[in-house]
Ligand binder design. Structure first.
Ligand code: LLP
Length: 441
Protein backbone atom coordinates (compact mmCIF):
# COMPACT_ATOMS: atom_id res chain seq x y z
CA UNK A 1 0.00 0.00 0.00
CA UNK A 2 1.20 3.52 -0.81
CA UNK A 3 0.70 6.42 1.61
CA UNK A 4 0.30 10.18 1.26
CA UNK A 5 2.03 11.51 -1.87
CA UNK A 6 3.70 8.20 -2.73
CA UNK A 7 3.48 7.02 -6.34
CA UNK A 8 5.41 4.83 -8.73
CA UNK A 9 7.08 6.89 -11.48
CA UNK A 10 7.77 6.05 -15.12
CA UNK A 11 11.10 4.44 -14.18
CA UNK A 12 9.26 2.10 -11.86
CA UNK A 13 10.77 3.85 -8.83
CA UNK A 14 8.94 4.73 -5.66
CA UNK A 15 8.35 8.45 -5.47
CA UNK A 16 7.46 10.44 -2.36
CA UNK A 17 6.77 14.16 -2.16
CA UNK A 18 7.46 14.32 -5.91
CA UNK A 19 11.00 12.99 -5.34
CA UNK A 20 12.41 9.79 -6.79
CA UNK A 21 13.53 7.70 -3.81
CA UNK A 22 16.49 6.27 -5.74
CA UNK A 23 17.75 9.78 -6.42
CA UNK A 24 17.22 10.62 -2.73
CA UNK A 25 19.26 7.58 -1.73
CA UNK A 26 22.07 8.56 -4.11
CA UNK A 27 22.05 12.18 -3.05
CA UNK A 28 21.81 11.77 0.72
CA UNK A 29 23.07 8.23 1.26
CA UNK A 30 21.39 5.39 3.14
CA UNK A 31 19.94 4.55 5.56
CA UNK A 32 17.79 7.60 5.04
CA UNK A 33 14.60 8.64 6.77
CA UNK A 34 12.30 10.47 4.36
CA UNK A 35 9.35 12.46 5.67
CA UNK A 36 6.39 13.46 3.49
CA UNK A 37 5.67 17.06 4.50
CA UNK A 38 2.31 17.22 2.74
CA UNK A 39 1.03 14.18 4.63
CA UNK A 40 2.23 15.50 8.00
CA UNK A 41 0.42 18.78 7.31
CA UNK A 42 -2.68 16.96 6.09
CA UNK A 43 -2.81 14.85 9.24
CA UNK A 44 -2.49 17.96 11.44
CA UNK A 45 -5.30 19.64 9.50
CA UNK A 46 -7.48 16.52 9.64
CA UNK A 47 -7.08 16.33 13.42
CA UNK A 48 -7.81 20.00 13.98
CA UNK A 49 -10.81 20.14 11.66
CA UNK A 50 -12.26 16.80 12.80
CA UNK A 51 -12.16 17.82 16.46
CA UNK A 52 -13.02 21.47 16.08
CA UNK A 53 -16.00 20.77 13.85
CA UNK A 54 -17.37 18.47 16.56
CA UNK A 55 -16.28 20.53 19.54
CA UNK A 56 -14.66 23.93 18.89
CA UNK A 57 -13.14 24.07 22.35
CA UNK A 58 -10.50 21.47 21.46
CA UNK A 59 -6.73 21.85 21.33
CA UNK A 60 -4.64 19.39 19.35
CA UNK A 61 -1.11 19.02 20.59
CA UNK A 62 1.54 16.88 18.89
CA UNK A 63 3.37 14.36 21.05
CA UNK A 64 6.93 15.36 20.25
CA UNK A 65 8.34 12.05 21.42
CA UNK A 66 7.15 10.49 18.14
CA UNK A 67 9.35 12.71 15.96
CA UNK A 68 10.86 16.04 16.96
CA UNK A 69 13.29 18.28 15.12
CA UNK A 70 13.42 22.05 14.72
CA UNK A 71 11.88 21.78 11.22
CA UNK A 72 9.05 19.65 12.62
CA UNK A 73 8.39 22.35 15.23
CA UNK A 74 8.03 24.93 12.45
CA UNK A 75 5.54 22.76 10.57
CA UNK A 76 3.51 22.25 13.76
CA UNK A 77 3.48 25.96 14.49
CA UNK A 78 2.38 26.79 10.94
CA UNK A 79 -0.43 24.25 11.21
CA UNK A 80 -1.67 25.68 14.50
CA UNK A 81 -0.74 22.66 16.59
CA UNK A 82 0.40 22.78 20.20
CA UNK A 83 3.32 20.63 21.36
CA UNK A 84 3.83 18.07 24.08
CA UNK A 85 7.44 17.72 25.25
CA UNK A 86 8.64 15.00 27.59
CA UNK A 87 12.12 16.20 28.50
CA UNK A 88 14.39 19.20 28.70
CA UNK A 89 15.89 18.08 25.39
CA UNK A 90 12.54 18.18 23.62
CA UNK A 91 11.81 21.56 25.21
CA UNK A 92 15.21 22.83 24.07
CA UNK A 93 14.41 21.69 20.50
CA UNK A 94 11.14 23.62 20.59
CA UNK A 95 12.87 26.71 21.98
CA UNK A 96 15.54 26.56 19.26
CA UNK A 97 12.73 26.65 16.71
CA UNK A 98 11.04 29.59 18.51
CA UNK A 99 7.95 27.48 19.11
CA UNK A 100 5.36 29.55 21.03
CA UNK A 101 6.08 28.56 24.59
CA UNK A 102 2.54 29.04 25.85
CA UNK A 103 1.45 26.22 23.52
CA UNK A 104 3.82 23.72 25.12
CA UNK A 105 2.78 21.00 27.57
CA UNK A 106 5.66 19.64 29.65
CA UNK A 107 5.23 15.92 30.45
CA UNK A 108 7.35 13.24 32.02
CA UNK A 109 7.15 10.99 35.06
CA UNK A 110 10.41 12.29 36.54
CA UNK A 111 11.32 15.83 35.70
CA UNK A 112 14.73 16.68 37.08
CA UNK A 113 15.32 19.94 38.94
CA UNK A 114 17.01 21.24 35.81
CA UNK A 115 13.95 20.37 33.74
CA UNK A 116 11.48 21.89 36.20
CA UNK A 117 13.60 25.05 36.25
CA UNK A 118 13.63 25.16 32.44
CA UNK A 119 9.85 24.76 32.39
CA UNK A 120 9.40 27.62 34.87
CA UNK A 121 11.99 29.90 33.29
CA UNK A 122 10.69 29.46 29.75
CA UNK A 123 7.09 29.77 30.96
CA UNK A 124 5.64 26.70 29.22
CA UNK A 125 1.86 26.70 28.98
CA UNK A 126 1.27 23.70 31.22
CA UNK A 127 3.37 21.44 33.39
CA UNK A 128 1.75 18.02 33.59
CA UNK A 129 2.54 16.84 37.11
CA UNK A 130 2.98 13.08 37.45
CA UNK A 131 3.01 12.58 41.21
CA UNK A 132 2.74 14.26 44.62
CA UNK A 133 6.48 14.36 45.12
CA UNK A 134 6.81 16.32 41.87
CA UNK A 135 4.01 18.65 42.97
CA UNK A 136 5.89 19.49 46.17
CA UNK A 137 9.17 20.02 44.31
CA UNK A 138 7.51 22.21 41.69
CA UNK A 139 5.62 24.26 44.25
CA UNK A 140 8.80 24.90 46.26
CA UNK A 141 10.81 25.82 43.17
CA UNK A 142 8.10 28.11 41.81
CA UNK A 143 7.87 29.97 45.12
CA UNK A 144 11.63 30.32 45.26
CA UNK A 145 11.67 31.74 41.71
CA UNK A 146 8.66 33.98 42.30
CA UNK A 147 6.59 32.13 39.68
CA UNK A 148 3.24 30.42 39.58
CA UNK A 149 2.96 27.33 37.39
CA UNK A 150 -0.20 26.32 35.51
CA UNK A 151 -0.45 22.59 36.02
CA UNK A 152 -2.45 19.55 35.02
CA UNK A 153 -2.30 16.21 36.80
CA UNK A 154 -1.42 13.03 34.93
CA UNK A 155 -4.01 10.54 36.16
CA UNK A 156 -4.40 6.80 35.83
CA UNK A 157 -7.96 5.96 34.81
CA UNK A 158 -7.55 2.20 35.34
CA UNK A 159 -8.46 0.96 31.86
CA UNK A 160 -6.46 -1.76 30.18
CA UNK A 161 -5.90 -1.12 26.47
CA UNK A 162 -5.52 -3.79 23.79
CA UNK A 163 -1.98 -3.20 22.64
CA UNK A 164 1.55 -4.45 23.25
CA UNK A 165 2.17 -4.57 27.02
CA UNK A 166 5.20 -2.28 26.64
CA UNK A 167 3.03 0.56 25.37
CA UNK A 168 0.04 0.14 27.71
CA UNK A 169 -0.28 2.89 30.29
CA UNK A 170 -3.95 3.22 31.27
CA UNK A 171 -4.06 0.26 33.66
CA UNK A 172 -3.73 0.72 37.43
CA UNK A 173 -0.36 -1.06 37.63
CA UNK A 174 1.77 1.56 35.89
CA UNK A 175 4.60 3.90 36.76
CA UNK A 176 2.74 6.80 35.17
CA UNK A 177 0.38 9.19 36.89
CA UNK A 178 -1.81 9.19 39.98
CA UNK A 179 -4.49 6.58 40.57
CA UNK A 180 -8.08 7.83 40.46
CA UNK A 181 -9.82 4.78 41.86
CA UNK A 182 -7.86 4.47 45.11
CA UNK A 183 -8.39 8.12 46.06
CA UNK A 184 -4.79 9.29 45.47
CA UNK A 185 -5.85 11.64 42.68
CA UNK A 186 -8.37 13.49 44.83
CA UNK A 187 -5.79 13.87 47.60
CA UNK A 188 -3.32 15.27 45.07
CA UNK A 189 -5.89 17.83 43.89
CA UNK A 190 -6.61 18.89 47.47
CA UNK A 191 -2.91 19.30 48.11
CA UNK A 192 -2.43 21.31 44.89
CA UNK A 193 -5.18 23.69 45.98
CA UNK A 194 -3.12 24.48 49.09
CA UNK A 195 0.07 25.15 47.08
CA UNK A 196 0.57 28.85 46.27
CA UNK A 197 3.18 28.05 43.60
CA UNK A 198 0.76 26.26 41.28
CA UNK A 199 -2.65 26.75 39.69
CA UNK A 200 -4.51 23.57 38.84
CA UNK A 201 -5.99 23.90 35.34
CA UNK A 202 -6.80 20.39 34.26
CA UNK A 203 -6.35 16.66 34.25
CA UNK A 204 -4.64 14.37 31.79
CA UNK A 205 -4.46 10.69 30.95
CA UNK A 206 -2.91 8.58 28.22
CA UNK A 207 -4.16 5.02 28.00
CA UNK A 208 -1.74 3.50 25.50
CA UNK A 209 -0.35 3.65 22.01
CA UNK A 210 -1.00 1.98 18.63
CA UNK A 211 -4.63 1.36 19.62
CA UNK A 212 -6.66 -0.07 16.76
CA UNK A 213 -9.97 0.17 18.59
CA UNK A 214 -11.38 2.99 20.69
CA UNK A 215 -12.61 0.91 23.59
CA UNK A 216 -10.09 2.12 26.15
CA UNK A 217 -10.40 5.77 25.12
CA UNK A 218 -14.14 5.48 25.52
CA UNK A 219 -13.64 3.71 28.83
CA UNK A 220 -11.34 6.43 30.16
CA UNK A 221 -13.49 9.44 29.27
CA UNK A 222 -16.33 8.96 31.79
CA UNK A 223 -13.74 8.16 34.46
CA UNK A 224 -11.94 11.45 33.77
CA UNK A 225 -15.14 13.49 33.54
CA UNK A 226 -16.54 11.78 36.63
CA UNK A 227 -13.38 12.70 38.47
CA UNK A 228 -13.74 16.34 37.40
CA UNK A 229 -17.26 16.27 38.89
CA UNK A 230 -15.97 14.74 42.10
CA UNK A 231 -13.34 17.49 42.34
CA UNK A 232 -16.05 20.11 41.89
CA UNK A 233 -18.36 18.52 44.45
CA UNK A 234 -15.66 18.11 47.07
CA UNK A 235 -13.61 21.26 46.57
CA UNK A 236 -15.68 23.65 44.45
CA UNK A 237 -12.83 23.76 41.93
CA UNK A 238 -13.75 23.74 38.25
CA UNK A 239 -11.51 21.56 36.08
CA UNK A 240 -11.00 23.69 32.97
CA UNK A 241 -9.23 21.19 30.73
CA UNK A 242 -9.36 17.46 30.14
CA UNK A 243 -6.59 15.88 28.06
CA UNK A 244 -7.19 12.30 26.99
CA UNK A 245 -3.74 11.73 25.51
CA UNK A 246 -2.88 10.20 22.17
CA UNK A 247 -2.89 6.60 21.10
CA UNK A 248 -4.69 6.27 17.78
CA UNK A 249 -3.05 3.42 15.90
CA UNK A 250 -1.95 3.30 12.28
CA UNK A 251 -1.91 0.64 9.59
CA UNK A 252 1.56 -0.88 9.44
CA UNK A 253 0.51 -4.01 7.55
CA UNK A 254 -2.54 -5.42 5.78
CA UNK A 255 -5.24 -6.45 8.19
CA UNK A 256 -4.66 -3.61 10.63
CA UNK A 257 -7.62 -1.27 10.27
CA UNK A 258 -7.40 1.73 12.57
CA UNK A 259 -10.35 4.11 12.92
CA UNK A 260 -9.99 7.21 10.75
CA UNK A 261 -9.16 10.52 12.42
CA UNK A 262 -12.73 11.59 11.63
CA UNK A 263 -14.27 8.56 13.37
CA UNK A 264 -11.84 8.94 16.26
CA UNK A 265 -12.90 12.58 16.76
CA UNK A 266 -16.62 11.84 16.42
CA UNK A 267 -16.48 8.95 18.87
CA UNK A 268 -14.36 10.76 21.44
CA UNK A 269 -16.32 14.00 21.36
CA UNK A 270 -19.65 12.16 21.56
CA UNK A 271 -18.57 10.21 24.59
CA UNK A 272 -17.00 13.33 26.17
CA UNK A 273 -20.15 15.44 25.72
CA UNK A 274 -22.39 12.68 26.94
CA UNK A 275 -20.24 12.24 30.07
CA UNK A 276 -20.18 16.00 30.71
CA UNK A 277 -23.97 15.99 30.47
CA UNK A 278 -24.64 12.87 32.50
CA UNK A 279 -22.30 13.83 35.35
CA UNK A 280 -23.77 17.34 35.36
CA UNK A 281 -20.43 19.12 35.19
CA UNK A 282 -20.77 22.83 35.94
CA UNK A 283 -18.73 23.70 32.82
CA UNK A 284 -17.77 22.33 29.42
CA UNK A 285 -14.02 21.79 29.79
CA UNK A 286 -11.56 22.28 26.97
CA UNK A 287 -10.77 18.92 25.35
CA UNK A 288 -7.12 18.28 24.57
CA UNK A 289 -5.84 15.61 22.20
CA UNK A 290 -2.23 14.53 22.01
CA UNK A 291 -1.54 12.40 18.93
CA UNK A 292 1.98 11.42 17.94
CA UNK A 293 2.13 8.28 15.82
CA UNK A 294 -0.98 9.00 13.74
CA UNK A 295 0.43 12.39 12.64
CA UNK A 296 3.90 11.30 11.54
CA UNK A 297 3.94 7.48 11.34
CA UNK A 298 2.52 6.99 7.84
CA UNK A 299 4.43 10.04 6.56
CA UNK A 300 7.85 8.43 6.99
CA UNK A 301 9.79 5.80 5.10
CA UNK A 302 13.30 4.50 5.62
CA UNK A 303 15.48 3.80 2.59
CA UNK A 304 18.19 1.16 2.89
CA UNK A 305 20.73 -0.25 0.48
CA UNK A 306 20.77 -3.99 0.12
CA UNK A 307 24.15 -5.55 0.91
CA UNK A 308 24.05 -9.30 0.87
CA UNK A 309 21.20 -11.52 -0.16
CA UNK A 310 21.86 -14.68 1.78
CA UNK A 311 19.98 -17.87 1.05
CA UNK A 312 20.06 -20.06 4.12
CA UNK A 313 19.19 -23.66 3.66
CA UNK A 314 18.82 -26.08 6.47
CA UNK A 315 19.79 -29.64 5.65
CA UNK A 316 16.21 -30.92 5.95
CA UNK A 317 14.70 -27.82 4.33
CA UNK A 318 16.55 -26.57 1.25
CA UNK A 319 15.65 -23.00 0.30
CA UNK A 320 14.62 -22.41 3.89
CA UNK A 321 14.97 -18.62 4.17
CA UNK A 322 16.38 -15.69 2.22
CA UNK A 323 17.95 -12.98 4.36
CA UNK A 324 18.14 -9.56 2.75
CA UNK A 325 20.77 -7.66 4.71
CA UNK A 326 20.44 -3.88 4.72
CA UNK A 327 22.82 -1.13 5.84
CA UNK A 328 20.90 -0.14 8.99
CA UNK A 329 18.71 -2.03 11.43
CA UNK A 330 18.42 -1.96 15.19
CA UNK A 331 20.06 1.47 15.53
CA UNK A 332 17.61 3.26 13.22
CA UNK A 333 14.55 1.15 14.07
CA UNK A 334 14.53 -0.65 17.43
CA UNK A 335 10.76 -1.25 17.35
CA UNK A 336 10.71 -4.81 15.93
CA UNK A 337 13.03 -5.99 18.70
CA UNK A 338 11.35 -3.95 21.45
CA UNK A 339 7.68 -4.46 20.65
CA UNK A 340 7.62 -7.19 17.99
CA UNK A 341 6.48 -4.37 15.71
CA UNK A 342 5.55 -5.30 12.16
CA UNK A 343 6.24 -3.37 8.95
CA UNK A 344 5.71 -3.56 5.20
CA UNK A 345 8.44 -2.99 2.64
CA UNK A 346 8.99 -2.69 -1.07
CA UNK A 347 11.96 -2.61 -3.40
CA UNK A 348 12.04 1.09 -4.18
CA UNK A 349 13.78 0.72 -7.55
CA UNK A 350 11.32 -2.03 -8.56
CA UNK A 351 8.17 -0.50 -7.13
CA UNK A 352 6.21 -1.34 -10.28
CA UNK A 353 7.11 -5.04 -10.14
CA UNK A 354 5.02 -7.76 -8.55
CA UNK A 355 5.93 -8.84 -5.04
CA UNK A 356 6.74 -12.50 -5.65
CA UNK A 357 9.48 -13.31 -3.13
CA UNK A 358 9.27 -13.96 0.57
CA UNK A 359 12.35 -12.68 2.34
CA UNK A 360 13.48 -11.72 5.81
CA UNK A 361 14.92 -8.22 5.97
CA UNK A 362 17.62 -7.88 8.59
CA UNK A 363 20.06 -5.23 9.69
CA UNK A 364 23.83 -5.13 10.03
CA UNK A 365 24.16 -5.04 13.80
CA UNK A 366 25.74 -7.64 16.02
CA UNK A 367 22.28 -8.77 17.00
CA UNK A 368 19.56 -10.72 15.28
CA UNK A 369 18.07 -7.42 14.24
CA UNK A 370 15.37 -8.58 11.90
CA UNK A 371 13.29 -5.69 10.63
CA UNK A 372 10.66 -7.76 8.82
CA UNK A 373 10.14 -11.51 8.88
CA UNK A 374 8.62 -12.94 5.69
CA UNK A 375 8.19 -9.71 3.74
CA UNK A 376 6.65 -10.17 0.30
CA UNK A 377 8.69 -8.08 -2.12
CA UNK A 378 9.86 -8.02 -5.74
CA UNK A 379 12.94 -10.16 -6.54
CA UNK A 380 15.82 -8.37 -4.85
CA UNK A 381 19.59 -8.24 -5.31
CA UNK A 382 22.65 -6.48 -3.93
CA UNK A 383 22.54 -2.76 -4.67
CA UNK A 384 18.75 -2.50 -4.69
CA UNK A 385 17.05 0.01 -2.42
CA UNK A 386 14.52 -1.18 0.12
CA UNK A 387 11.86 1.20 1.44
CA UNK A 388 10.27 0.29 4.75
CA UNK A 389 6.90 1.95 5.11
CA UNK A 390 5.43 3.84 8.09
CA UNK A 391 8.65 4.57 9.93
CA UNK A 392 7.84 8.22 10.65
CA UNK A 393 7.01 7.71 14.33
CA UNK A 394 9.36 6.44 17.03
CA UNK A 395 12.13 5.48 14.59
CA UNK A 396 14.37 8.54 14.23
CA UNK A 397 13.18 9.46 17.74
CA UNK A 398 14.40 6.18 19.23
CA UNK A 399 17.54 5.77 17.14
CA UNK A 400 20.83 4.95 18.83
CA UNK A 401 24.50 4.69 17.96
CA UNK A 402 24.70 0.97 18.74
CA UNK A 403 27.81 -0.59 17.23
CA UNK A 404 28.83 3.02 16.68
CA UNK A 405 26.77 3.31 13.56
CA UNK A 406 26.22 6.90 12.61
CA UNK A 407 22.68 8.16 13.04
CA UNK A 408 20.91 8.53 9.72
CA UNK A 409 19.92 11.76 8.05
CA UNK A 410 16.30 12.86 7.76
CA UNK A 411 15.11 14.38 4.48
CA UNK A 412 11.89 16.35 4.26
CA UNK A 413 10.26 16.14 0.84
CA UNK A 414 7.54 18.25 -0.73
CA UNK A 415 6.51 19.09 -4.30
CA UNK A 416 9.66 17.67 -5.85
CA UNK A 417 12.18 19.24 -3.51
CA UNK A 418 14.08 17.56 -0.72
CA UNK A 419 15.82 19.19 2.22
CA UNK A 420 17.96 17.65 4.90
CA UNK A 421 16.36 18.50 8.25
CA UNK A 422 18.75 16.35 10.27
CA UNK A 423 22.19 15.74 8.81
CA UNK A 424 23.81 12.32 8.97
CA UNK A 425 26.29 11.99 11.80
CA UNK A 426 29.95 11.98 10.86
CA UNK A 427 32.65 9.70 12.24
CA UNK A 428 33.89 12.76 14.17
CA UNK A 429 30.44 13.10 15.79
CA UNK A 430 30.84 9.58 17.13
CA UNK A 431 33.89 10.45 19.21
CA UNK A 432 32.95 14.10 19.88
CA UNK A 433 31.83 13.35 23.44
CA UNK A 434 34.60 10.87 24.21
CA UNK A 435 37.23 12.09 26.64
CA UNK A 436 40.72 10.60 26.93
CA UNK A 437 41.93 11.30 30.46
CA UNK A 438 45.60 12.28 30.81
CA UNK A 439 46.51 9.04 32.56
CA UNK A 440 45.49 7.10 29.44
CA UNK A 441 47.22 9.43 27.02
N1 LLP B 1 0.73 11.69 25.27
C1 LLP B 1 1.47 11.03 26.16
C2 LLP B 1 1.50 11.49 27.54
C3 LLP B 1 2.20 9.91 25.77
O1 LLP B 1 2.92 9.26 26.67
C4 LLP B 1 2.19 9.50 24.42
C5 LLP B 1 2.97 8.36 23.98
C6 LLP B 1 1.42 10.24 23.50
C7 LLP B 1 0.69 11.31 23.97
C8 LLP B 1 1.35 9.92 22.04
O2 LLP B 1 0.85 8.66 21.78
P1 LLP B 1 0.64 8.16 20.26
O3 LLP B 1 -0.42 9.01 19.63
O4 LLP B 1 1.95 8.33 19.56
O5 LLP B 1 0.26 6.74 20.42
N2 LLP B 1 7.87 4.03 21.57
C9 LLP B 1 6.60 3.36 21.47
C10 LLP B 1 5.44 4.28 21.75
C11 LLP B 1 5.51 4.92 23.11
C12 LLP B 1 4.38 5.88 23.34
C13 LLP B 1 4.66 6.68 24.54
N3 LLP B 1 3.69 7.69 24.80
C14 LLP B 1 6.48 2.75 20.08
O6 LLP B 1 7.42 2.87 19.30
O7 LLP B 1 5.48 2.12 19.77
Amino acid sequence: MLFGTQTVNSKGHLEIGGCDTIELAERFGTPLYVMDEALIRQNCRDYISAFKSQYPNTTVTFAGKAFLTTAMCRILQQEGMSLDVASGGELHTAMMADFPVKNIYFHGNFKSDEELRMALETGVGRIVVDNIHELERLNAMALQMGKKADIMFRLTPGVDPHTHRMISTGQEDTKFGINIKNGDALNAVKRALECPGVTLRGIHCHVGSQLLDLESHIGAIPIMVGFAKQVFDETGTVIEEINTGGGLGIRYIDGQVPPTIETFAQTLVASFLSAVESFGLPNKPKLIQEPGRSIVGPAGITLYSVGTVKRVSIVEEPGYRTYVIVDGGLSDNPRPLMYEAVYDALVANKAGEKATETVTISGKHCETDTLITDAMIAPVQTGDTIAIQCTGAYNYAMASNYNRLRRSAVALVKDGSADVIVRRQTLEDLTACDVLPDRLA
